[in-house]
Design a protein around this ligand. Structure first.
Ligand SMILES: NC(=O)c1ccc[n+]([C@@H]2O[C@H](COP(=O)([O-])OP(=O)(O)OC[C@H]3O[C@@H](n4cnc5c(N)ncnc54)[C@H](O)[C@@H]3O)[C@@H](O)[C@H]2O)c1
Length: 316
């Protein structure tokens, strides 16, 4: 059990705090905005409701027990005092992160491990030189209490024992760490998602298929095999010689990364910005966003349960 401080109680911070508390750790959380910090227990209670309803956690994890394991404070020094690990989940802004790590350097003992949840920023140049050996990326996905993947990424000078500590911590949470060799923006999953996005926007903008048809192709074609095989085990089943041949004789070129999509522009101009506005590519009716998120999470948890039962192929 570790003492862990989470800095930033927004979308990611409150979810990471919840995962850590469910892992049996002592958690402290702070945010520079009092309203955000005040909202944390309610958001955690709502996430716990969803998890309990899906049978993903024992009923013994009551709101009181979990929120009791997460100490809230508006004071950074108090939040990090005695913490073995500080997880930074503040706004994705290089100046804010640089100033924050300088402040941490002033108040944390040398032994504290400093982890960042950054998605796209290379934080290592933003962290004081003398802290580099104990700095690491620990990147959760949203919502962290449902998506198990955590990217663990060392900087150029990170001590391997620090990487091992964070990797083991993630395993102890029942989640799935992948340790990358070095920082790359977007890590692995977001990069693959970006490649899919580039293709999807090209198909839409060229009028080849409708949003419904594209999602049908993904859900009923691509996605069915992915939970069992990922991409590379699927390649083994296809046969690598065939895939090698397909690469050399490609009859199709993937679209270039785009900086704009007509389909997205039109929807945004019409105020159809997605679930939060009730409509995006699809019409979500009059259901409030909170209900839609809950419905999505219930389905994700049911799928996770089924994936656990089905398991992975032996040898993978
Ligand atoms: N949103 C996602 O899907 C997602 C996924 C993975 C990683 N991330 C990364 O996690 C980090 C946080 O993202 P988020 O989506 O939770 O953002 P968010 O805006 O929801 O939360 C950030 C919080 O940090 C607080 N904050 C800002 N500066 C602070 C400071 N100096 N001290 C204390 N609190 C401070 C803000 O008040 C805000 O509540 C970013 O680096 C982001 O790239 C986001």
């Amino acid at each position: 059990m570790s003492e862990i401080a989470v800095i930033g109680g927004g979308l990611m911070g409150h979810g990471i705090a919840l995962v850590l508390a469910l892992g049996g750790h002592h958690v402290r959380i702070t945010d520079s905005r009092p309203e955000t910090l005040d909202a944390v227990p309610g958001l955690i209670a709502s996430a716990l409701d969803t998890l309990r309803e899906a049978g993903a956690i024992e009923p013994a994890w009551t709101d009181e027990r979990v929120n009791g394991a997460i100490r809230r404070s508006l004071d950074l020094t108090e939040t990090v005092a005695g913490a073995d690990l500080v997880i930074e989940a503040i706004t994705e802004n290089p100046d804010a992160k640089r100033a924050f790590f300088a402040e941490l350097d002033r108040i944390c003992p040398d032994s504290t491990i400093l982890a960042s949840n950054t998605s796209y920023l290379d934080v290592f140049p933003l962290i004081p030189a003398r802290r580099q050996a104990r700095a690491v990326v620990a990147h959760w996905y949203t919502p962290p209490y449902i998506v198990d993947l955590v990217d663990v990424v060392p900087g150029p000078e990170t001590d391997p024992t620090v990487v091992a500590f964070v990797r083991d911590l993630v395993v102890g949470l029942g989640q799935v760490p992948i340790v990358l060799k070095r920082f790359i923006p977007g890590y692995v999953a977001n990069r693959i998602q970006s490649a899919i996005g580039a293709e999807v926007y090209a198909l839409l903008d060229e009028g080849i298929a409708s949003p419904r048809e594209i999602d049908d192709a993904i859900i009923h074609g691509l996605a069915l095999r992915i939970p069992i095989l990922g991409h590379l085990a699927k390649a083994d089943f296809t046969g690598l010689e065939l895939l090698r041949h397909a690469l050399t004789n490609a009859s199709y070129e993937p679209p270039k990364a785009r900086t704009q999509s007509d389909a997205l522009d039109v929807l945004c101009q019409e105020g159809r910005t997605g679930v939060m506005s009730g409509r995006g590519f699809f019409d979500w009716g009059d259901r409030p966003p909170a209900e839609l998120f809950r419905d999505r999470d219930r389905r994700l948890l049911a799928l996770k349960k089924a994936m656990k039962e089905v398991g992975r192929m032996e040898g993978q």
